[in-house]
Design a protein around this ligand. Structure first.
Ligand code: GDP
Ligand code: MN
Length: 387
């Protein structure tokens, strides 16, 4: 979309171009890596640590915080400590941050989850996955082990960084007054979030929030009419229906027109990578947003991911200038990857922001091609400190 191009060119530039010797002369930011994991994911966790240590943290030594709804075993802890010289803390996520809140009808929620399982919604039938998404949406930043930190960098098992990161992204974020950083934006599976946009949109409307320009990134481009009020079928929005949501009884039907005539385009920042300012999550506005989303029951009756939650919250509360696209980070998780250009002479074949906001199946294929092409250039010495 045109908005994408505008966001990219006007509001956000890559922090560093070209090769640098890692600059470790400045004091570290008040920041940590945050990893939620289970004991059985140890191998994937080690892969991730090896990668981030090799490409970044062997110079910068940021601490790690590992969280788990169960207890980490001794093997997990000892092995993790073997792969980094940075400080590592292990914490437990208590029932206050994990699982069903007491106001929800457990039976209804369980049935809702079973239904999503039957409908083959991705992870929809997995109670623990719902709990994980809700934890990353509204709780991780309140965990006691994170209380002392102002910034976080999310790590997951089985991720890979391709390129050396030779500057401190936290310091750059602070310097340029950024709040939220991403490296990949993709489309969400529609069936996991059928009603998410109605609630986000209702939050925006109920709080009289006007877009600062980021909201449009998440809105399906409208054909005609340009303004909803020009639509002969336009009905005035009915936000009261949302307030009447009965927690745990399923999501109430909301008139689609309660969305200001807008629809979700399913775009979201892929949150398994995130560098963000914790004070934003801890702000009253974000808390209110989470509270309203949570009270709808959508974390259970649907399978709302933390990625669309963070993204829509950003759309409501932040401006394009608050967002940083780490287009220079080479990053891969499972089947999706982003390959950067951090060589000064290199021209991207397409507008990167556009490419990534529409990373549907086709775009993914194209990105693979792009990556191969980049690999070749690297062989020829164009790439910069990537391997
Ligand atoms: P995907 O990336 O969406 O396929 O989901 P993952 O299975 O990778 O889960 C996302 C993150 O949450 C990863 O860091 C997992 O280790 C973590 N995670 C998922 N489910 C659980 C769980 O039940 N307990 C714990 N402790 N971590 C979990
Ligand atoms: Mn994952």
């Amino acid at each position: 979309s045109v908005t994408g191009r505008k966001i990219s060119e006007e509001h956000d530039k890559v922090f560093v171009t070209g090769c640098l010797e890692p600059d470790t002369s400045k004091p570290r930011a008040n920041a940590a890596f945050v990893v939620l994991a289970r004991n059985k994911e140890l191998d994937g966790v080690i892969q991730s640590i090896k990668s981030i240590e090799r490409h970044f943290n062997r110079w910068y030594h940021y601490p790690y915080v590992f969280l788990n709804d169960g207890e980490f075993n001794q093997t997990f802890k000892d092995t993790v400590r073997n792969y980094t010289s940075a400080s590592v803390e292990f914490g437990k996520v208590g029932p206050d941050m994990w699982g069903y809140p007491d106001w929800i009808d457990h039976k209804v929620a369980k049935e809702g989850i079973a239904k999503q399982g039957d409908a083959a919604v991705m992870y929809g039938g997995l109670e623990s996955y719902h709990a994980m998404c809700r934890f990353y949406s509204g709780f991780f930043y309140k965990h006691p082990l994170l209380a002392k930190y102002e910034w976080y960098w999310r790590l997951e098992p089985e991720i890979k960084y391709f390129c050396d990161i030779t500057y401190d992204p936290f310091l750059k974020m602070i310097e340029s007054n950024k709040t939220y950083g991403f490296t990949i934006a993709v489309k969400e599976l529609r069936e996991t979030v059928p009603n998410i946009f109605r609630y986000a949109s209702a939050y925006k409307r109920l709080n009289n929030i006007t877009s600062q320009g980021l909201w449009e990134m998440f809105v399906e481009p409208k054909e005609t009419p340009a303004r909803p009020e020009d639509d002969p079928n336009f009905k005035p929005p009915l936000p009261e229906e949302i307030l009447r949501a009965e927690p745990g009884r399923g999501l109430p039907e909301i008139d689609p027109e309660a969305m200001d005539g807008e629809n979700y385009n399913m775009c979201h920042f892929w949150s398994n990578f995130e560098i963000a300012k914790l004070s934003w999550f801890r702000s009253k506005e974000y808390e209110d947003f989470f509270e309203m989303m949570d009270r709808s029951g959508g974390f259970w009756m649907e399978r709302w991911g933390d990625a669309p939650i963070h993204s829509l919250a950003a759309g409501v509360l932040l401006a394009p200038r608050d967002i940083h696209y780490f287009r220079d980070f080479g990053y891969r998780h499972t089947t999706i990857q982003h390959c950067p250009s951090n060589a000064p002479a290199r021209q991207l074949p397409r507008e990167p922001y556009l490419e990534l906001t529409t990373a549907d199946e086709k775009a993914r294929g194209e990105e693979d091609e792009y990556w191969e092409q980049w690999d070749e250039e690297k062989e020829n010495g164009v790439g910069c400190r990537c391997r």
